[in-house]
Ligand binder design. Sequence first.
Ligand code: PLP
Length: 637
Amino acid sequence: MDKLFSIKMRASAAGKHVSGAEKIVPESALPACSDALLKRALLHAKGKPDFVNVKCEEVAPEEILRLKSLPVSTLPAASPEEGLASMETLLRDLGVPDPHAVVRVLLEFCQGMRGAILLDVDSMERLEPDQARGVRATRMDDAQSAAKPFSTLKNHYAEAIVLATKVAHAPRILGEICISDDPDYATGYVASKRFGYVRIERLKPMGSPLGGRVFLYRGPKELVSETVEFLEKRHVLVEDVPELRRPLVRKSKWSRIESTLAELKEKNLHRSEIVLESAQSAHVVHQGRSLLMLASNDYLDLANEPCVRRAAADAALAFGSGSGGSRLTTGTLTLHRDLERLLADFKGADDAIVFDTGYMANVGTVSAVVGPDDVVFSDELNHASIIDGCRLSKAKIVVYRHNDMDDLERKIRENPCGSGLVVSDAVFSMDGDVVDLPRLVETANRHGLLSMIDEAHASGVLGAAGRGVVEHFGETCRPDILMGTLSKAFGSSGGFVCGSDPLVDFLRNKARSYIFSTSLSPADLAAAAAAVRFVMEHPERVRSLQRAVRVFCDALRVNGIDARSETPIIPIHVGDEARAVRISQRLFDQGILINAIRYPTVAKGSARLRAALMATHVDDDLRDAARAVADALSEIP
Ligand SMILES: *Cc1c(COP(=O)(O)O)cnc(C)c1O
């Protein structure tokens, strides 16, 4: 039989406890378990630890006491008063002479203690040897969790039952009372061999940090040390811990909506929209005021280009305002096929398929080309629409470090699969950097995986003729699936995928976002086609954009801001969410529209200004804006 090991993790920061856990696992599960505990320590919501101790010790099977889990039941309570009254009733039934006084001890004396109070229920004397720390019940685990692989997530509910089961079986312990000291929970329990684990729904007001636990002792004082020894030292495995479901608590139907909004506002993460009264262009109008637009994805200013607008208007007059159906029913017009042929030509592919949005192109494509048996290797900074497509596919998702092809290689080796996909943005939407396409394609091909690149910010942007990432790398390599959007540099709406004939045929039959949505309107299609044609005929517009990038980055550097980018997306690091918002607000007041990008779009604490340039920005405007950004950064705390 596999040897058993006790494994304990403790994590602290600046000497203060952050998290802790312990398990009893077979030797074979030890590496995975220590890995999971370490991850749990490092990712703890209470903060990053600077000290983590993971200790593994073999335990002899005969040293392990196996106990059957206490049965679990729940007592509803409409208010903390009602919950506390139930707790006292249970204590009285256990033979505790003064239940009210016992509950008062918990509420008044447990603050800040890591362990529990050990209380003589007859004399009301505290018996724990170290009253500041309390008595800690340790060295126990759920027997099932020891046998199966387990996650980094802590299951508080199961852990509470395991602990309560051990405590209830300690010599001379009548039972235990506990109230969660987490401000986000109002629950607690009374546990005893007699009644089992009785969870009480409400014992304190939400938001209160009050809480703690009291072990109820009845017996001679001389034997206390034996009880403490059992609680702290004896190894216990608890069997048949009941199904770890959160008991249902009925909430107001609006509670999720209201509490989410309140939380977003409190954390400076609530968003509102700026309403514009003009076409998208280098300058826009808001509340009658002109603003320099440094936040648009309309990089080539084609949404406002006369021939593009004219094409949209003409198509609306000739074909009507809506397409009237999904592509596979009645919604395919000559305009759809014309646009698809044009895109295939522009990208040098066999064929193309147009979706209603870039979001739908990603969701539909990824979820169609991989399934539950496959693995998707996805860059950690990929766009949300790729992530959603991965989730919808039910494939295993393996995230590799941003644009790190060595990590991609390692992750592919660690996750062998029959078939799979490597997927990445071409130009990362929040950082503006460019994927290492040659290595990505080479790696995917060598491992027999499909490769997919999202060119939302690359089409019309990268390459001398704006044809995208393949042109950028000198046509030396080509991914299997090239996705793009018509909503950014092409100034219209819609998404597309270019690739081989079988790929496109497959997507027309299998991509659900293509099949089950009404196709693009004539005006959108004609505008997109006119824009693609415009780019093919006017490569100088792409070069103007690339020039604007150089002018703006140079001006930022002259003003002491380290900025460099090969693309029109120029991130300017701020860090703190609230400060990023204040800076963007100041620039807005000065007539410059530049977005503050915050969590969850980027990681917490890495808020930034995201400047997005257009081909029609003039040098003087860019230099003035760079100076204003630098002033705001140095003046706003
Ligand atoms: C904007 C964007 C999309 C979605 O395109 P829409 O046409 O706006 O739906 C997809 N991927 C990336 C990288 C994007 O930036």
